[in-house]
Ligand binder design. Structure first.
Ligand SMILES: [Zn+2]
Ligand SMILES: [Zn+2]
Length: 226
């Protein structure tokens, strides 16, 4: 909660004024700290997640202001149109999101073993796309993880590799996507410069002028404006 508040403040936003928090799935790297945040009296944000996801979270004493939805449903939050879609990942009911407001479209897909046609359909025509580039296959193979974890990460319900990301850029990324953000990078099994190099090279080969940013776990990204 402190870190979220600090990062929002850094871009001139206030956690107390946030209307909604959207959760993609119940894995710890996505919900650690959420129960504490939801209990805070100064936070009035509703917490949006799928019907199947909320019971998997240990809320402690107080339940948050929950807004449950069916994976695949579309809904409205303020002036933002939200579209959820299922992604292949080893969580209970994982989703990605598309956000549309004032004619600008943002797509978000992390924590997915591969990109099925149904997900490609939702990510098309995004002006800004946040896509996972989790691991480099070679680094993962020789890296420190136990074999069972390596298998999980590489599986169809694991995480998107640099190769999976670059195949999407090579074959599916539309020319309306002006800004690409690559995120959910593994600290052990990937390197931001490798990700940037692969993405830039693939975009160059297609003659696309999409800007590329790499999201860091340690600091907020710049603010993107349309
Ligand atoms: Zn996950
Ligand atoms: Zn994750």
């Amino acid at each position: 909660m402190k870190e979220t508040a600090r990062r929002l403040a850094a871009v001139g936003e206030d956690l107390a004024k946030i209307d909604a928090i959207l959760i993609t799935h119940e894995h710890t790297d996505h919900v650690a700290g959420l129960p504490v945040l939801a209990r805070n009296r100064n936070v009035r944000a509703a917490v949006w997640m799928t019907w199947l996801t909320s019971p998997a979270i240990d809320w402690g004493e107080t339940e948050p202001r929950l807004e449950s939805f069916q994976a695949g449903a579309g809904f409205q939050i303020g002036d933002i149109e939200v579209q959820s879609f299922s992604v292949p990942h080893d969580a209970l009911d994982p989703v990605g999101f598309c956000f549309t407001a004032e004619g600008v479209r943002i797509g978000m897909a992390t924590d997915l073993g591969y990109i099925p046609e149904s997900v490609k359909y939702h990510l098309r025509r995004a002006d800004l796309l946040l896509l996972e580039a989790n691991h480099d296959l070679d680094m993962l193979k020789v890296g420190p993880y136990p074999w069972s974890v390596k298998q999980r990460v590489m599986s169809r319900v694991g995480h998107l590799s640099n190769l999976g990301m670059s195949e999407y850029l090579a074959n599916d990324l539309g020319n309306s996507t002006a800004q690409l953000i690559l995120g959910h990078l593994s600290e052990q099994n990937n390197h931001p410069e490798i990700v940037r190099m692969i993405a830039t090279q693939t975009l160059d080969e297609r003659g696309l002028e999409t800007r590329v940013a790499i999201a860091s776990q340690a600091s907020p990204s710049e603010v993107f404006q349309f």
